[in-house]
Design a protein around this ligand. Structure first.
Ligand SMILES: *Cc1c(COP(=O)(O)O)cnc(C)c1O
Length: 382
């Protein structure tokens, strides 16, 4: 029987037969679990990339209702979309700093940039001095990821020239862990050591600044990593933060579609593009209207699985742009007819397991799930 869903709110393209269900209450519950784990540190949320693809306009207000007041996005454009959806006691931070000519936009919208270089700091400090007040700011220092943040040399210059903080209220100093998902990697402890050292030497703009280091996995490394504020992302969305450790986090998404067609074929027929899957027995092939253009990554061809009436169903052949083919030979025909519901993500098909069959991580799976599905949001702020 097709699964029936009572939607709290449904939005999506006309005629879409695939449903992406996003449980906002599960996201809120995951946030509360992380907040309890991190207490007395504050807990924020990474909602960049449209809340990891799940819809920041729905996710961020649900997190706010759960108690979150610190929201991290990548770009100014994301922050400008988010800002009006949150009350003014929430802070929206832009991870990618202040692009040239945008300081006025940050100030006008009340958005806080994360300054990644002395150049960023200079632009923000100039904007503050021009306005005659100190503008709230976050400084990102690199502790070993070598991606964004002040380099060691820039930190040294800032310590020597504290006047660079004129016009700025330095509220928070952050760094980012590169290997926290690997419990055996000594990099995480090394980065913490560098973070302690740098934050002990940095000048302040008057009042002491807060410190933040941990992403989702960092939170689970324990209190030494929590500092004053933590920034979980993937764990909120049901991802497994640390490889090989049990996760207490609730699953958040389900991806379900319906069988479009069923056909019976015999050897030596082959299924799909490239005719790469040659069947070795009489086979019932079902077609499902989900493909790589929907974010179901092509690497899952011939490897991934779906669930149908409790059975694990192998994906046959390559993933097409808008379609995939699955082997329903072992499911009774009464349970594998056109229109019947199949699950692509959900139950034992966790986002981590599905991502693994795609040679990728849950982060990429979530952010690729496109806008072609009917989206069903469960729960959330009243
Ligand atoms: C994305 C991001 C996070 C969240 O990371 P997760 O691994 O998803 O918890 C935290 N901090 C920064 C700087 C980020 O870019």
């Amino acid at each position: 029987m097709p699964t029936s869903i009572e939607p709290a709110c449904t939005e999506g393209p006309i005629g879409a037969t695939t449903r992406l269900t996003i449980d906002l209450d599960a996201i809120a519950a995951n946030w509360r679990f992380l907040a309890e784990t991190a207490t007395p540190a504050l807990t924020g949320a990474a909602v960049k990339a449209d809340a990891y693809g799940l819809g920041a306009a729905r996710v961020a207000p649900a997190l706010y209702a759960a108690g979150c007041r610190h929201f991290f996005v990548a770009h100014l454009g994301e922050a400008l979309t988010l800002r009006p959806l949150l009350a003014l006691d929430a802070t929206v931070y832009v991870l990618h700093g202040v692009p040239p000519g945008t300081a006025g936009d940050f100030v006008a919208a009340g958005i806080t940039p994360i300054l990644n270089s002395l150049g960023d700091l200079e632009a923000w400090s100039a904007a503050g001095k021009a306005l005659g007040r100190r503008l709230p700011a976050v400084l990102h220092v690199d502790t070993g990821m070598c991606r964004t943040g002040l380099s060691a040399g820039e930190v040294t210059r800032l310590i020597a020239e504290p006047g660079r903080l004129d016009g700025v209220s330095l509220d928070l100093v952050i760094s980012h862990l590169s290997c926290a998902d690997d419990p055996a990697n000594p990099m995480t402890a090394r980065q913490r050591g560098r973070f302690l050292d740098i934050t002990a030497r940095l000048p302040t703009s008057g009042a002491p600044f807060r410190r933040a280091l941990a992403n989702s996995a960092g939170i689970l490394w324990g209190g030494d990593y929590h500092f004053d504020l933590v920034r979980p992302g993937i764990a909120l969305y049901g991802g497994h933060p640390i490889a090989g450790k049990a996760t207490p986090l609730a699953p958040v998404i389900r991806l379900e579609s319906n069988i479009l067609q069923v056909r019976e074929i015999d050897p030596p027929e082959a299924v799909g593009y490239g005719a790469v899957h040659k069947v070795s027995r009489p086979t019932r092939v079902a077609t499902v209207a989900v493909g790589y253009a929907d974010g179901y990554i092509r690497a899952a061809g011939n490897r991934g699985t779906a669930l149908l009436a409790g059975h694990d169903i192998p994906i046959l052949g390559r993933i097409s742009m808008d379609l995939m083919t699955i082997d329903v030979t072992d499911v009774p025909p009464a349970q594998s007819q056109p229109g019947m519901a199949i699950t692509l993500v959900g139950d034992r098909l966790t986002i981590d397991r599905v991502a693994a069959t795609m040679d990728t991580v849950s982060y990429e799976l979530l952010t690729r799930l496109g806008q072609r599905f009917t989206r069903v949001y469960l729960g959330g702020a009243a």
